[in-house]
Design a protein around this ligand. Structure first.
Ligand code: ADP
Ligand code: MG
Ligand code: MG
Length: 251
């Protein structure tokens, strides 16, 4: 589903190369975890996958279902079923979460040439997804992310993911103050939304997240390259030994 081939990318503004020959393959149905020390380029990789303009790909390719996505803008990538979790953590005062979800779903449908959802159909889908993810529908009446706890933000994010029915989900779980409950919400959501025709890439600074999500594959990103690939046991090994073997430095 996702194939990254010899990707090199730099910061557009100053030309610093961050991604330096990265190769990664993720199959449909797979949950892949990307781990690695701070500053390795994990978040940069997720920004590049989303199509953010502040980064330039100088070499290599990103194939999604066999087609290069490098020329597509973020909205076109989303319309093709690529979901980037951090695209929506913005606070939107004055707009109920429910209303935001409807706009997000309908703009995606429009990009795909599909009709707008009727209100009853939209409501049916939201209720179904909220129930599957054990989300209290009362939260949806409040403005998106305004005054939400870390856990509520994660719930809203996972709900968006469920409703947009993506094929490729990319979640960058940055290390900014997420508590264990918020991590569990993400993990439960990823587990609940696992489908044979969907792939999820979980980028994580937390080994703990992988106590709750059981990844099919684990990849270590270091200095802009995938330097090690394995199964769940690799995550456990890293938890026990840190990244010293990979970085060549004492833990
Ligand atoms: P990680 O998510 O693995 O911690 P990042 O992708 O956030 O790593 O960062 C990788 C490296 O690139 C870091 O050294 C960071 O300072 C640098 N970097 C990333 N984006 C920018 C940017 N827009 N401007 C300056 N430096 C950046
Ligand atoms: Mg970082
Ligand atoms: Mg990061």
């Amino acid at each position: 589903m996702l194939e990254i081939r010899n990707l090199h990318a730099r910061i557009a503004e100053d030309g610093t190369e961050i991604i330096r020959g990265l190769n990664l393959t993720v199959k449909a149905g797979e949950v892949a975890a990307i781990m690695g020390p701070n500053g390795s380029g994990k978040s940069t990789l997720s920004y590049i996958l989303s199509g953010r303009e502040d980064y330039e790909v100088t070499e290599g390719d990103i194939l999604y279902n066999g087609e290069s996505i490098l020329e597509l803008d973020p909205a076109e990538r989303a319309a093709k079923g690529i979901f980037l979790a951090f695209q929506y953590p913005v606070e939107i005062p004055g707009v109920a979460t429910m209303q935001f979800l409807k706009v997000a779903m309908n703009s995606q449908r429009k990009a795909r040439g599909e009709d707008e959802l009727t209100t009853p159909e939209f409501m049916r889908r939201v209720k179904e997804a909220a129930a599957e993810l054990k989300i209290n529908p009362d939260m949806l009446k409040r403005p998106l992310n305004v005054g939400f706890s870390g856990g509520e933000k994660k719930r809203a994010e996972i709900l968006q993911m469920a409703l947009l029915e993506p094929k490729l989900c990319i979640l960058d779980e940055t290390d900014s103050g997420l508590d264990i409950d918020a991590l569990k919400i993400v993990a439960d959501g990823v587990n609940a939304l696992k489908r044979p025709d969907r792939a999820t890439v979980v980028i994580t600074h937390y080994q703990r997240l992988l106590d709750y999500i059981v990844p099919d594959t684990v990849h270590v990103l270091y200095k802009g390259q995938i330097v090690k690939t394995g199964d769940k046991s690799l995550a456990l090994e890293l938890e026990a030994n840190g990244y010293a073997d990979i970085t060549g430095q004492a833990a």
